[in-house]
Design a protein around this ligand. Sequence first.
Ligand SMILES: Nc1nc2c(ncn2[C@@H]2O[C@H](COP(=O)(O)OP(=O)(O)OP(=O)(O)O)[C@@H](O)[C@H]2O)c(=O)[nH]1
Ligand SMILES: [Mg+2]
Length: 332
Amino acid sequence: MPDVASLVDGIRARRRAAVSQAITLVESSKREHRADARELLGELASAPGSGVQSPAVRVGISGVPGVGKSTFIESLGTRLTADGHRVGVLAVDPSSIRTGGSVLGDKTRMGRLSADPDAYIRPSPAAGTLGGVARATVQAMAVLEAAAYDVVLVETVGVGQSEVTVAGMVDTFLFLTLARTGDQLQGIKKGILEIADVLAVNKADGDREGEARAAARELAGALRLVRGKGEWAPPVVTVSGLHDLGVDDLWRRVLEHREHLGAEGLAAKRAQQQLEFTWSLVRDELDQRLRHSPGVRRIRDEVRDAVLSGELPAPAAADRLLAAYDEAHPDR
Ligand SMILES: Nc1nc2c(ncn2[C@@H]2O[C@H](COP(=O)(O)OP(=O)(O)OP(=O)(O)O)[C@@H](O)[C@H]2O)c(=O)[nH]1
Ligand SMILES: [Mg+2]
């Protein structure tokens, strides 16, 4: 691994190898990499137009597995690079968090884009907690922006907490869904309707087009019930990532959401995200410390057995674990 100064130079010179090495560095959970990562990020953050001031358009893209996120990103990304943008694609994949395994063949769904010199695609960090993956992703975003990627797309599968996490790191959160009507609409979690800035019914092609339009109308109706008056009214459009239909229009909606925020609103939103991110970093670190605490490790199995057998109620078990943690860290 080159030293931090040459990494910074390489990133600013937009060299892919430097970008990849820097992202590997910030993803690393090894203690000895942490200091270098911090130095690198500090250096990048000291440049004007970084962080909260970054001109980059940050978009989160979520939806159930198979909804067509990667195919859509391929279509949108190639349009954007053709228009002179530099596009970075990151992924937050909770299945890789669970299994510690590698990601789906994302690059195969993005064949053209991964061969595009103005695009950079990075799969999800392979393992770790959601908090750890979120930290890696936010930091990878800073590296990409320093390498002049002016659009950053973050793909995440719409399960569990990952959408909320991704919504907390982007300017605009895009939710892709499939044609559903009536009762099926219930399947879309209410929480999603609260955090989505733009919604699209995907795979609106062939004989599914009419169905998709009807679903979009119904979804727009459901949204009106959830979102308050005077707030941004999230548009619902139809799109086909595979056949490249409505992709331009959808991107316009994303930019409209950005305009709605305005420069000040955007800076305020990003600053607020930084604050929330700060606390999530602290919680994640505390969680790690708890897991690694010698006191906790010593009694963990015993407490586990006692809870499983019904001998020890959960609150008492929690007290014992916390006491074991505190005892091992009398100075804290
Ligand atoms: N008809 C149609 N099929 C599509 C469209 N977009 C994607 N597909 C198909 O749907 C399948 C899943 O597409 P992906 O782009 O991999 O979906 P994804 O949401 O990224 O999936 P995960 O990453 O596994 O969550 C593939 O077989 C695609 O060819 C579309 O706009 N229309
Ligand atoms: Mg995908």
